[in-house]
Design a protein around this ligand. Sequence first.
Ligand code: PRT
Length: 107
Amino acid sequence: MSGFTLADLAVIVTARAEASPEESYTARLAADPARAAKKFGEEAVEAVIAAVENDPKALIAESADVLYHLMALLAARDVSLDAVMAELERRTAQSGLAEKASRGPAA
Ligand SMILES: N=c1c2ncn([C@@H]3O[C@H](COP(=O)(O)OP(=O)(O)OP(=O)(O)O)[C@@H](O)[C@H]3O)c2ncn1[C@@H]1O[C@H](COP(=O)(O)O)[C@@H](O)[C@H]1O
C-alpha cells in the first residue's frame, strides 16, 4: 500500500498555492476558483466515463486527477482538508460505525 496520503497531497497543494503562477499550475488554479471548480468537474466526468467503461487503469488516473483538483479547489476557497475530514468524522460518529471499526472484525 502506498504511504502517500491525501493529507500529504493537501500539504503540497496548500504550499504550491502560494507559489508564483508562472511556475505553478496549482497557484494558477488557486488564483482562479471558478477555473479550479470547472477543472474539478471535468476530471470528475472523466472518472465517471472510465468507471462506466470499466477501464480500471483510466479510473486510477482520473481518480488521481479528481483528488488533486479537489485539493486545489479547497485551497482556492480557503477550505482545509481537515474541515472536510472533521465533517466525515462527525457523520461516522453519528452512525456509530467508528467504534465498531476500531474493534475490528467480529469474531
Ligand atoms: N498531482 C498533481 C497533478 N495532477 C494533475 N496535475 C495537472 O493538472 C493539469 C490538468 O490536466 P489536463 O489534462 O486537463 O491539462 P491541460 O489541458 O493542460 O489543463 P487546462 O489548460 O485545461 O487547465 C495538468 O497540467 C497536470 O499536470 C497536477 N499538477 C500538480 N500535482 C501536484 O501538485 C504539485 C505541485 O505542482 P505545481 O503547482 O505545478 O508546481 C506536484 O508536485 C504534484 O504533487
